[in-house]
Design a binder for this molecule. Sequence first.
Ligand SMILES: Cc1cc2nc3c(=O)[nH]c(=O)nc-3n(C[C@H](O)[C@H](O)[C@H](O)COP(=O)(O)OP(=O)(O)OC[C@H]3O[C@@H](n4cnc5c(N)ncnc54)[C@H](O)[C@@H]3O)c2cc1C
Length: 509
Amino acid sequence: MAALGLVGCASSGANEVASSASTTALTAPTSIDETLSCDMVIVGGGISGLAAAVQAGIDGHSVILLEKTGQLGPMGGAVEGQFGVESTMQKAAGIDFTIADVVAHEMEVAQYRSPGAQWIDLCTNSAGNIDWEVEQGVLFDHVDDYYGTCTLATFHWFKDKASGGYIEPMSARAKALGVDIHLTTWATSLIIEDGVIKGVYAEDGDGMVYQVDAKAVIMASGGVGGDSELVAEQGWTSDWVLFAGNTASRGDGLHMAEQAGAKDMLSEAAAFVMNYVPAFPSNHAPQYADPLNGMVTGVASAHGFGLWVNQDAKRFVNENVGVSNMMLQTMPTKANKHSYVIFDQAMFDATYTGLVDGVADILAESLKTNDGDSLYSADSIAALATKTGLDADTLEETVDRYNGMCAAGKDTDFSRDAKTLTAVESGPFYIARIEQTYFASIGGVLNSAKHEALTTDYETIPGLYIAGLDGAMLYRSVYTINLGGSCCANNVNSGRYSAINADEYIKFL
Ligand SMILES: Cc1cc2nc3c(=O)[nH]c(=O)nc-3n(C[C@H](O)[C@H](O)[C@H](O)COP(=O)(O)OP(=O)(O)OC[C@H]3O[C@@H](n4cnc5c(N)ncnc54)[C@H](O)[C@@H]3O)c2cc1C
């Protein structure tokens, strides 16, 4: 992962991720070394870019694919699976639910703010897209509910993750179809004539500057997760945000689309983001699967471990909220200046002994190095408060009240599942500050059901299409990972249908 520029480990200090000095210059270069020409240029060679490239190649177009890093799918390769409804694999496995079940769920959890028509499109196309991928050589393994974390069994596992199951065969297929792939080459700005998109300018690692003339541009640059300032715009402002996605995805698609007048939806977009504690190690790959510091059973993952308090030493959420959707673990912390999880030795041992090798040593070492001043232990709750700078009386009151609810077997404040109510009563006691690991933004540029970039007035920008994380319109604020793989399904769908719709557009030029 390090070779791909991915930051996978917490370090003692701020994360090394670029901020805002984007690779997008947004102006025409003063001199051009080479002019290239094609029907469609695709910006980004990840999941969505490859889907677009293969579809455009099948439709007989000349295609140039630009990828900023030195390989195709540097981040997409980590993807494990893809959502589908009524797929061949689901039917064979006897999995039976309908598109309406999915869409009703999504609309409700998004408070009816997500575009239902686009959800219908995604669901309707999802099984056909999987069949189409299989025809291109993509390898799936099985379908299930992702370790029981999904409401419905939507998750189609790639064989050997997407790196082996998707990126490899789709790259081979794109090459076989004659797609002209340029690695270590990045689009820097759009070519716009009278409001119509006519291609991109690009640079490569040797400093060559290109003018790529094209009838349509498909933006598939993977969102903003490598740019700390754009991530901060979404509300993740702490110095201790751990950036674990592709640091090459720095909002280039968003900046270029805005250059053409597209509407920035980043403030409403969702993210693939989870909680972690800086003091604990985060060196599992993928980081989100770390049992002690990841998104499923991690100390800060809201699966029903410990008691959470804010900077005022007050409880603020049902600590079990991450069970219904793992992405919900981060949301309540956004309202706080600081968030903490409190636990005792017995609770820690009961949860992690047997789950994490050498966990006692890890805890001792984490307390010693204490990255981010984020982990303390003490023999009393009052002493924990003093070490953290919380009000001792308030913290004691909060813990007493919570322990009383545990004894009564009923959370009268937040209705936490009674099975997960465990009193914080046997010292030594611990307090850990909750921070976030940011993997990827999901959404950013307003686009239509045909994946055409849209202005603030909902006018289409001729010749510009938005695919994958750059434009995912399906979510508002929260990524509904509990219908597993919908992000990837949208990458494939928006990439593929961007190419199909661009084909129609080109025919009428
Ligand atoms: C670790 C991880 C695991 C995930 N697992 C899943 C999963 O199992 N299921 C799921 O549904 N979703 C998953 N996701 C979410 C999402 O599906 C993936 O992030 C997916 O790779 C996004 O596809 P994309 O095409 O939008 O972006 P990417 O696959 O990231 O591709 C974008 C590409 O654009 C390139 N690029 C950036 N700027 C430029 C430029 N200016 N010019 C040229 N190229 C550029 C980047 O280098 C990158 O290769 C996961 C995300 C992460 C981070």
